[in-house]
Design a protein. Structure first.
Length: 210
């Protein structure tokens, strides 16, 4: 049985959805970030970086949401959530995953955790404002890419792990002045991912409603 350490709605959400897609036996272990449980000595033994998610797969201890997601998808290739190495879509899939993790997710760190980067109140306020602007530019870019592709998902007619990862990130931006739901093509993709039984099962298991 897998053990996935995470927090409802956090970066653990995409791996959790993949486990649900695979109907894989697992335990979702909540680490309460508000209470600082990520700094507990026992948790630091499995992730000294004090962050979620962490996946325990037998003797394997794996950090980083994207890495865990890819590991699980390749464990269950029949789900077809990741294009095969021989697929012409593989490179574009990897490009989207890297963009989502290294660019969009990083900007959310600036938005939600400006205190990690700036000491002054004015500096934190400016960082949040700039992060919101940049996130808006990113959502507009993704919306345009979906529109120009003419397909329901990032890579075409089939949902992949990149679409699930994207949907998780849009949830983190839901309180922006112009949230991702304001972009019609992006909203359509997200709505399709949210309608998947595995996504709905994850929401229920994590006790969140959207």
């Amino acid at each position: 049985m897998y053990r996935l350490y995470g927090n409802p709605g956090a970066a653990s959400m995409t791996p959790h959805v993949v486990l649900m897609e695979a109907n894989a036996p697992h335990e979702f272990i909540v680490i309460d970030l508000d209470k600082g449980e990520q700094f507990d000595p026992e948790f630091l033994k499995i992730n000294p970086h004090a962050r979620v998610p962490v996946l325990i797969d037998g003797d394997l201890v794996l950090h980083q949401s994207a890495a865990i997601t890819l590991h699980l998808c390749e464990r269950y290739p029949h789900l077809e959530l990741v294009p095969a190495p021989s697929s012409p879509q593989r490179a574009k899939f990897l490009q989207w995953m890297m963009y989502l993790t290294n660019t969009v997710q990083e900007e959310h760190m600036h938005y939600w955790h400006a205190d990690h980067y700036m000491e002054s109140d004015s500096g934190r306020r400016e960082m949040v404002q700039m992060a919101e602007k940049r996130l808006g530019d990113m959502w507009a870019h993704i919306d345009g890419a979906i529109a120009s592709g003419g397909h329901p998902y990032l890579l075409g007619d089939r949902c992949t792990a990149a679409d699930i990862y994207l949907t998780m990130l849009t949830r983190w931006s839901r309180k922006l002045a112009k949230p991702p739901a304001s972009y019609p093509h992006l909203k359509g993709l997200v709505d399709r991912v949210k309608a998947r039984p595995a996504y709905q099962a994850t929401l229920k298991a994590e006790g969140i409603d959207q």
